[in-house]
Ligand binder design. Structure first.
Ligand code: ADP
Ligand code: MG
Length: 483
């Protein structure tokens, strides 16, 4: 089902491409040896290169290049063995050089693609146009002093990857799915931590609209610096609607850069095309063109981990999981590893169910991620062993799970200490069954007319035993006694 915008005069379609900035995981900066550690005191991690001192020469960080190539390979993209760093010239107080070193005509990575998964179970390919390496600027701090702006250059020179998509995105949902998948791949690769709150992953959304069925692209606006999944969806939806309203009332969309106001939920103009910068790109004379040896690229290719798409396919084939379960489990590498460890030698579908419902539920409720999970994979595995051998009923197993999550204790310990073992012997259940029947003659009458009332009796016996009775056995005993 395509996402359409209903206008006064007909239906409209969204066309969207994303430009994503991803901070490269690297101990030092793109052109200097200064540290990239987060949270250091202002201006404590600034080399003369990052401060734009005259006469300083940038030296390309080999590891950042490897990270870009690794990312390109993870995006099934063309790796360009020849690329060029250029100066993108503009003035900004936190850009001491007066230019940013970026790539333009010859980026390090060319065309690739990424598969997104949508809520209705379908998948779609989104084209990657290019990926290039560039340096980040410093930070202007406007809220420290009442009448002055302070500059922190710790971020100046930190390596970024700009990843540009083709205009293949057709709904806010697809845009979010694209960002999620991209983040997942970057984390698997270890090339960007994907932390949107810290701004380590952010995107600009290019948005245009056209009449449904039309093949031409409309004029686009670029909404800058979206730093949460929710904002991406809301900004795109708002912007598309705004453009439809303009076009339907006979106006024209002006190509411009806009900002999303997350409080009011609207986009507003930042600069128009006339005010757009002319960056006067030219190759940086301080840096040679970057030439990669094929062997360098192949070494990186050989070291790539199993990526989410491959892992998903394997989980479906090896464990018989549904596409949905598999994609939920592989989204984070740590979760996938956790699941596989718990599932080793066990019924993988059962383990997947418990991970997706019970474990994810508990983690969400407590705002933790899997790395901080109090339960170890083997412990969940052993809990399910207790369930499968009849020591625990399904209901008791869920209770034990909760206690494990709170205490980190072994399932066996909890069962012993709290006497949670399922009651499966006829001798101790029969008196309870007798009593419940004796105390409820009216219900017994009802049962004679409607055998479904047995469920009510099972409930009573379960309650009387603190949920510890084996429900099948209770049902059997009741049936025998009531018949
Ligand atoms: P620029 O370099 O000016 O930002 P690009 O051609 O590189 O322009 O495009 C940037 C982004 O805009 C890409 O993600 C691309 O997919 C997207 N884009 C291009 N044309 C359109 C359009 N008509 N509507 C929506 N997005 C578009
Ligand atoms: Mg752009």
């Amino acid at each position: 089902m395509s996402w359409v915008i209903e206008g006064e005069t007909g239906k409209w379609e969204l066309v969207c491409g994303l430009e994503v900035h991803a901070q490269v995981i690297s101990n030092s900066k793109l052109f200097s040896g200064a540290s990239t550690r987060f949270g250091a005191p202002p201006n404590s991690q600034v080399s003369p290169i990052d401060a734009g001192m005259p006469g300083m020469l940038p030296v390309l960080n080999r590891f950042c290049v490897e990270q870009a190539v690794r990312t390109g390979l993870g995006l099934r993209a063309q790796i360009n063995l020849f690329s060029v760093f250029e100066r993108k010239n503009y003035f900004y107080p936190d850009l001491p050089n007066g230019y940013q070193i970026s790539q333009y005509q010859h980026p390090i990575v060319g065309r690739g693609s990424l598969t997104i998964e949508l809520a209705d179970g379908t998948t779609k390919e989104i084209g990657i146009t290019r990926l290039h390496l560039e340096m980040d600027a410093g930070k202007s701090l406007h809220d420290q002093l009442p009448d002055a702006t302070l500059i922190d250059l710790n971020r100046s020179g930190v390596a970024l990857m700009e990843i540009v998509s083709e205009p293949d995105i057709r709904s806010p949902e697809e845009a979010v799915a694209y960002m999620r998948k991209l983040r997942s791949i970057l984390r698997y690769l270890g090339t960007c931590d994907g932390d949107m709150e810290k701004g380590n992953l952010r995107c600009d959304a290019n948005v245009s609209v056209r009449r449904l069925g039309s093949r031409d692209f409309g004029t686009r606006c670029e909404v800058k610096n979206l730093n949460s999944m929710r904002f991406i969806a809301r900004a795109i939806e708002y912007e598309a609607r705004r453009q439809v309203d303009i076009l339907e009332s006979g106006g024209v969309v002006e190509q411009e850069t806009r900002l999303f106001d997350s409080v009011r939920g609207v986009t507003r103009s930042m600069r128009t095309k006339e005010e757009a910068h002319d960056y006067r790109y030219f190759p940086d004379p301080d840096l040679l063109p970057l030439e990669l040896e094929p062997a360098f690229v192949e070494r990186i290719r050989a070291s790539l981990p199993e990526l989410p798409d491959e892992k998903k396919a394997r989980f479906m084939a090896e464990y018989g999981l549904s596409a949905y379960d598999a994609s939920v489990l592989v989204a984070e590498r740590a979760t996938a590893d956790w699941f596989e460890e718990a599932a080793r030698g066990r019924d993988a579908k059962q383990v997947a169910n418990w991970v997706i419902t019970e474990l994810f539920g508990a983690l969400n409720r407590t705002g933790r991620d899997i790395d901080a999970c109090p339960i170890r994979p083997a412990q969940l595995g052993r809990l399910l062993d207790l369930l499968n051998d009849g020591t625990l009923s399904g209901r008791l197993a869920k209770d034990v799970f909760q206690i494990m999550f709170e205490s980190g204790e072994d399932p066996e310990t909890i069962v012993e200490k709290r006497g949670l073992r399922q009651v499966t012997d006829t001798a101790s259940l029969e008196p309870v069954v007798e009593r419940v029947i004796a105390e409820n003659p009216a219900q017994v009458e009802k049962y004679r007319k409607n055998p479904k009332v047995i469920g009510w009796f099972v409930g009573q016996v379960m309650r009387a035993t603190g949920g510890r009775a084996n429900p099948q056995l209770v049902q059997e005993l009741l049936e025998r006694r009531l018949r």
